[in-house]
Design a binder for this molecule. Structure first.
Ligand code: AMP
Ligand code: ZN
Length: 479
């Protein structure tokens, strides 16, 4: 019997919803472009990775096994530049940031991919691909010694990002930058000739010393771990052009087969209506949020509470310009409501064990949570699913507790939400309470600088304050 999932998901290529189905009828094989490991990943990157994780969970909880490959970009213009600036070897530098990334993924409850390959370990495969592309007339060596893909040789170039709707001349020039804008359509580098600023980061090849271009790594690794043609490919929307367009051109010119049937792109997270950037002081990592007392589970809730095809605006300041994170605060309250409902349901169902993820994947009775599950199958509508969960909880006292228990846990597992444990009473030392009171008074007197300074002082002592309308609460800082 062929197992099929009934998840329907928007496809960037055909611009319509497609059923997510495995080509071989058995295992859904998908590739996600992974992080460039040159610093901590930010909450925008995690929007993409968390929604890819929800995608995988929905597929698996529908009874369909997956093979999930996500690469690590451990050689490119940025990793080389920053490792050199810090006087560290490229491998030492990227190993450090790779580990940080994996730890953050664990904190966010992301299922680890089945394979997480790095580009540097696949250079022979990339060289083999370039050789065949040269033989086929798809690539040429430029005057600067680099090897370029000839965009005009691949007639399907631009189909994914619908470049035909833009009047651009294909293959007008050559560009060896790893990243470039839509207007800079050009032949792109497959092999980048060694430059003095690359330091020791070069490898031998039939075209001289150098290193592979960024786009090629995903073609090589998806081919190695998923084969010439696989089921689905994903990334943030910025990758659609040129990265994914270039991947298709390289892979399809190399194999002669359609690289992948379904393209899943996640719209960007914005901060206060704009781009996140260090210079604007609105660049947040998990560590930045932890310093302010917010947990990864709260961030995950925020990330799944908007639809992946809508921009998500993360607000971090109030009108007066003071730091304030309304969505994270709302997420904390929502998770507490869910935890309370889970405890009540457990009581009514006779305190059964929480079903394991594997058990849930074998199929469970959705009970009154079926509308929430249906919302997930309908283009992964996570905000609608959450809304349906709260609607179901309003009828829970009349519903069968056993199927409600399994149905509720299936939705939590699909969204990857972990619920807070009931808080044990915490004893706040009097000097901490006094500092928090001084901060509250400063805030009431609109002395923001002093209030901020006191909040930082409390944080350095391991405490956080939560403000309400009437007063404040002191809590240990979340880890
Ligand atoms: P990078 O490490 O820059 O290669 O990005 C890793 C992933 O995060 C890619 O899939 C990007 O498309 C995605 N990404 C980058 N910035 C954002 C953002 N602001 N919102 C959502 N996804 C993003
Ligand atoms: Zn990629």
């Amino acid at each position: 019997m062929t197992t099929v999932t009934h998840l329907r998901l928007y496809d960037t290529l055909s611009r319509g919803d497609l059923e997510v189905a495995p080509g071989d009828g058995k295992v859904l094989r998908f590739y996600c472009c992974g992080p460039t490991v040159y610093g901590p990943a930010h909450i925008g990157n995690f929007r993409t990775f968390v929604l890819q994780d929800v995608f995988r969970r929905v597929v698996e909880l529908s009874g369909l096994p997956t093979r999930h490959v996500r690469n690590v970009t451990d050689v490119d213009d940025k990793t080389i530049r920053d490792s050199q600036a810090q006087g560290r070897t490229l491998s030492e530098f990227t190993a450090f940031w790779r580990k940080q990334f994996q730890e953050d993924c664990g904190r966010l409850n992301l299922l680890p991919p089945h394979v997480e390959p790095g580009a540097v370990d696949h250079i022979p495969h990339q060289i083999e691909m370039i050789g065949k592309l040269m033989e086929g007339g798809y690539a040429y060596k430029g005057a600067d010694g680099s090897v370029y893909f000839r965009v005009s040789s691949f007639s399907r170039y631009g189909r994914l990002s619908h470049l035909e709707e833009r009047e651009l001349v294909l293959g007008a020039s050559a560009n060896d930058a790893d990243e470039y804008e839509k207007d800079a359509l050009a032949d792109f580098a497959l092999w980048k000739a060694r430059k003095p600023e690359d330091g020791g980061n070069y490898w031998p090849s039939p075209w001289g010393e150098g290193r592979p271009g960024w786009h090629l790594e995903c073609s090589a690794m998806s081919h190695e771990y998923l084969g010439a043609s696989f089921d689905l490919h994903s990334g943030g929307v910025d990758l659609c052009f040129p990265h994914h367009e270039n991947e298709i051109a390289q892979s399809e010119a190399f194999t002669g087969q359609e690289m992948c049937r379904h393209w899943f792109h996640i719209t960007h997270l914005m901060v206060n209506g704009g781009k996140m950037s260090k210079s604007l002081g609105n660049f947040y990592t998990l560590g930045d949020l932890a310093e302010r007392g917010f947990t990864p589970a709260e961030l995950r809730y925020v990330l799944v509470s908007s639809h992946y095809r809508q921009p998500l605006n993360f607000v971090s300041r109030d009108k007066a310009g003071q730091e304030s994170f309304p969505s994270l605060t709302a997420a904390r309250q929502a998770l507490e409501r869910l935890a309370k409902a889970a405890r009540r349901l457990a009581e009514r169902a006779g305190n059964p064990p929480i079903p394991s993820y594997e058990e849930l994947c074998r199929g469970v009775d959705p009970g009154i949570f079926d509308p929430a599950w249906q919302a997930l199958l309908d283009d992964m509508n996570t905000p609608e699913a959450l809304g349906q969960v709260f609607t179901a909880l309003r009828q829970i006292e009349e519903a069968d507790p056993v199927s409600s228990w399994s149905g509720f846990h299936r939705i939590l597992a699909a969204l990857g939400l972990t619920l807070p444990e009931p808080q044990a009473a915490v004893l706040v030392p009097p000097e901490i309470q006094a500092l928090a009171q001084t901060r509250w008074d400063a805030k009431q007197g609109r002395d923001w600088a002093k209030a901020d300074q006191l909040r930082n002082e409390l944080a350095s002592l391991g405490w956080q304050v939560k403000d309400g309308k009437e007063g404040f609460e002191v809590l240990p800082l979340a880890t």
